[in-house]
Design a protein around this ligand. Structure first.
Ligand SMILES: [Zn+2]
Length: 199
């Protein structure tokens, strides 16, 4: 019997008269938490076609930057175009929109993001790869790689690999994390603060 087991057994014996109160086991693990923060942040995006979030985390598991895709500060997002295609490139969103990674880096609340990990919903494009490298970020954890075959992503992999930056696809343990504002008022909130469904 290992020490953990014997501790647990004695605790159970001691609490025979009362219901044992063990710590909650279905809490969010760090990577799920950071990816979920990235996804929640994406909900701020006004892009009608693509909502991407990013969350930068330091080596102490502290969040130091969050961002989502959007038009630059002080540039009216009602006047700039959101279209993906047009006969004139200037009438598409691409020349104007700031990607989530750029915003997360620029929004940092620490002196720098050297040695940090960035959690991002989509594999970063080549422009963001440049920013990630120059900012000193060392790990990229992404959820989707749906644009894997686009040239921007090929160039991005080339740059990240050359710079020795690790990139890994995130495999979530649960498909959904639901935020239910009513849960705080329910009995036993410690069990269901974040209601989850396992695939
Ligand atoms: Zn990008």
């Amino acid at each position: 019997m290992n020490p953990e087991e014997s501790k647990e057994t004695s605790l159970q014996k001691g609490a025979e008269s009362e219901a044992p109160c063990k710590k909650r086991l279905d809490y969010l693990e760090w990577p799920e938490y950071f990816m979920a923060v990235a996804f929640l942040s994406a909900q701020r995006s006004k892009d009608p076609n693509s909502q991407v979030g990013a969350c930068i985390v330091n080596q102490e598991n502290k969040i130091v930057g969050i961002g989502y895709n959007g038009m630059p500060n002080d540039c009216d997002d009602d006047l700039l175009p959101w279209a993906r295609s047009s006969s004139d490139w200037l009438d598409t969103k691409y020349p104007y929109v700031c990607h989530a990674e750029l915003n997360a880096i620029m929004n940092k609340n620490s002196a720098d993001v050297k040695g940090c990990t960035i959690y991002v919903a989509l594999f970063p494009c080549n422009e963001c790869a440049k920013l990630i490298i120059q900012a000193g970020i060392k790990d990229v954890i992404y959820l989707s790689d749906k644009y894997h075959d686009k040239k921007e992503m090929t160039a991005s992999r080339r740059l990240l690999d050359m710079a020795g930056i690790k990139h890994k696809q995130f495999e979530p343990k649960r498909k959904r994390i639901v935020i239910d504002f009513d849960s705080i008022n329910l009995p036993g909130i410690h069990k269901e603060t974040a209601s989850t469904s396992v695939p």
